[in-house]
Write a protein that binds this ligand. Structure first.
Ligand code: NAI
Length: 249
């Protein structure tokens, strides 16, 4: 279904697998042209062909989100190719877990560079084309770790909490330009990122989740698709936890 005219252009980072690939498919289902961004060109091409086989429209743009200059150049190239950029989903993210007492500066910086600095670079670069288009949707993928903290993830939680403040500030700065900025904060979702966790951690996660299971990437994608829709025009600066009730108070 295409609920917009002209066709809106969306950039999804970390779209080579997991949650990002599902978000890209959901936006393509809405009729958007989706630019798939990650580092691995071959994996991006696979997601592109899946979207095209389903009748959607997509292209790829390999980019390392840790390199702010490359991120700005990627956004510029998308705008040059398509003449517009309407939707940005900052989904790329990494973990480098460790207890604070043992965490190296490198572990901290690596995570901040991809999860927070890369997002800032992308948001800064899309602001102008979105203002020009008089419409915009920015959706940043945080985490329940950023909302309530998590032992062993001080770097990751700091980056994901930082995204919440960044997004709310952007929401306030850009509201007058008809641009919304919102956060989706997933709980435990079945992807490569959580596959590597020890079984005991996975069991513990299910026990503290009221819905008693891990979420699916498509369940996160559905929340992103809402924030990206034309209908979400009166919602900005919000944080939607898709976490099986884990952070319910
Ligand atoms: P994943 O590890 O399966 O996929 C991450 C994606 O980001 C991949 O496409 C990867 O290539 C890309 N990426 C990583 N570093 C990059 C870089 N420097 N430049 C460009 N692309 C890069 O992760 P998953 O599970 O799909 O997570 C997606 C987002 O959701 C992340 O931001 C993650 O922090 C967040 N999240 C995931 C949860 C989960 O349980 N899986 C829970 C809460 C948040």
């Amino acid at each position: 279904m295409n609920d917009s005219n002209p066709q809106r252009i969306a950039v999804v980072t970390g779209a080579s697998r997991g949650i990002g690939a599902e978000i890209a498919k959901a936006l393509a289902d809405q009729g958007r042209h989706v630019v798939l961004v990650a580092r691995d060109a071959a994996k991006l091409a696979e997601v592109q062909s899946e979207i095209e086989s389903a009748g959607g429209s997509a292209s790829t743009h390999p980019c390392d989100m840790a390199a702010a200059a490359a991120v700005a150049a990627m956004i510029e190239a998308v705008v040059e190719t398509h003449g517009r950029l309407d939707i940005l989903v900052n989904n790329a993210g990494i973990t480098r877990d460790g207890l604070v007492m043992r965490m190296s500066d490198e572990q901290f910086d690596d995570v901040i560079n991809v999860n927070l600095r890369g997002v800032l670079a992308a948001c800064r670069a899309v602001a102008k084309p979105m203002v020009r288009g008089k419409w915009g949707r920015i959706i940043n993928i945080s985490s329940v770790s950023g909302l309530v903290g998590n032992a062993g993830q001080a770097n990751y939680a700091a980056s994901k909490a930082g995204l919440v403040g960044l997004t709310k500030s952007l929401g306030k700065e850009l509201a007058g330009k008809n641009i919304t900025a919102n956060v989706v904060a997933p709980g435990f979702i079945e992807t490569d990122m959580t596959e590597i966790l020890p079984d005991a951690v996975k069991d513990g996660a299910r026990q503290i989740t009221p819905l008693r299971r891990f979420g699916q990437a498509c369940e996160v994608a559905a929340a992103v698709a809402y924030f990206a829709s034309e209908q979400a025009s009166y919602t900005t600066g919000q944080v939607l936890a898709v976490d099986g009730g884990m952070t319910m108070i």
